[in-house]
Design a protein around this ligand. Structure first.
Ligand SMILES: CC(C)(COP(=O)(O)OP(=O)(O)OC[C@H]1O[C@@H](n2cnc3c(N)ncnc32)[C@H](O)[C@@H]1OP(=O)(O)O)[C@@H](O)C(=O)NCCC(=O)NCCS
Length: 370
């Protein structure tokens, strides 16, 4: 059967850095508390819209694959911080790339969006609906954040990761073994959807008088923590069984990075003693949909992933959505080309950017609780 090889990868992290000490300048928290409870030291804050982050990540992924924008059949943009709902953000990415042959689709399963997008593109390529796709996980959560709420403000950051997928026929070349996304397990705890909710985004809020741009988070951290571990654990067991492999066949786990303690609890329960664990949470915090894609890309860049490795990617997000995917990395672990496209420069620090966003939010007085 044809498979969807991942032949290009690219990330884009905005330059503005927000440290734990920066956070402690405007909310009641400390570097010690944040690091010991989450494993995070700093995160990035974007000075540009999410479509710009995605554009740069995609240009880098295309160069990495040795392709041009004209080669792309489909753009799937996984996110929950769209530039706009109508028109969708993937069409803006198409415009920026000049990828005029590509169909464009936005996909929102919150933190798992980038990985769900990978599943959708993979299936469409395998069935022959398309031959190639750009899959993106990108967020500017900083714009949706309630910067006065220490329960959530410490956890998130901005960024983008993109993959180029193309159809390969294993039968046509003896050197091509089946690679790319081999199997997934996807699910959702809909009955607990209220425990991770960004209130203010969506048509129902306009009807009851929420000012545009006002958000407030409903966030039950401890309950989310438990669900994250159980959701990802059951997803991992299911996908291992589905592919008919032994746990010992897995070379590396690249999990969604929401909290180091969640990752450690999951690793303990999975008991995959021989598999490596890739962690980059210290540098970026939780970038929602961008997290797992960027972690995968950095694992390749840092030679933690080798050609032919079997990679387990568990993820978790609002919904409460969960996923577990098994990916076989292909032959190539280095880019064919590099793109010289970059973000427009910015001299503003992460703290300056956050102060600007928070001041803007203050202009819209949040409504009383419903
Ligand atoms: C949010 C999270 C880090 C909180 O850690 P926790 O160990 O559960 O901490 P608690 O919420 O129980 O709070 C413990 C204490 O720290 C305080 N606290 C909470 N946030 C704080 C902060 N940012 N800084 C300092 N103190 C804080 C609490 O008020 C509480 O104080 P008390 O004991 O006096 O009442 C953790 O629950 C978590 O990571 N949950 C999952 C969240 C997540 O990943 N969501 C995204 C999914 S994709």
């Amino acid at each position: 059967m044809a498979h969807a090889a991942i032949t290009g990868w690219g990330k884009c992290l905005p330059p503005g850095i927000l440290t734990n000490d920066d956070l402690a300048t405007f909310i009641d928290t400390s570097d010690e508390w944040i690091e010991s409870r989450t494993g995070m030291k700093e995160r990035r804050i974007s000075h540009v819209p999410v479509s710009d982050l995605a554009h740069v990540a995609c240009a880098r992924a295309l160069a990495c694959a040795g392709k041009t924008a004209a080669d792309v059949d489909m753009i799937i943009f996984g996110s929950c911080s769209f530039d706009s709902q109508v028109p969708n953000t993937s069409s803006q990415i198409q415009l920026l790339l000049n990828a005029s042959n590509a169909a464009c689709m936005d996909l929102n399963t919150a933190c798992t969006s980038g990985m769900y997008a990978l599943s959708v593109a993979n299936s469409m390529i395998r069935t022959g609906a398309i031959n190639s796709a750009l899959v993106i996980g990108a967020e500017v959560i900083s714009q949706l954040m309630d910067w006065s709420d220490r329960d959530v403000a410490i956890l998130f950051g901005d960024g983008a990761g993109a993959f180029y997928l193309e159809r390969e026929e294993p039968d046509t070349g003896a050197s091509v073994t089946e690679n790319g996304l081999l199997a997934e397990s996807l699910g959702c705890f809909g009955e607990a959807r209220h425990i991770l909710a960004v209130e203010g985004m969506g048509a129902k809020y306009a009807n009851i008088g929420w000012p545009l741009g006002t958000t407030r988070w409903n966030f039950e951290g401890r309950e989310i923590f438990k669900r994250a571990v159980t959701g990802m654990q059951s997803g991992c067991s299911q996908v291992i069984e589905k592919l008919g492999i032994e746990p010992a066949d897995i070379n590396i786990i690249v999990p969604h990075q929401a909290n180091l303690r969640i990752i450690e609890a999951l690793a303990h329960r999975l008991n995959l003693a021989d598999a490596k664990l890739f962690i980059n949470i210290k540098r970026y915090g939780n970038m929602s949909a961008a997290t797992a894609p960027v972690a995968l890309i950095e694992a390749v860049e840092e030679n933690a992933i080798k050609s032919g490795d079997l990679i387990l990617v568990p993820a978790f997000g609002a919904g409460l959505s969960w996923s577990a995917q098994l990916i076989r990395w292909g032959n190539r672990t280095t880019p064919i080309n590099h793109s010289d496209i970059d973000l427009r420069p910015s001299s503003r620090s992460g703290l300056e950017l956050v102060n600007e966003i928070a001041a803007q939010h203050k202009k819209n007085r949040p409504p009383e609780p419903l």
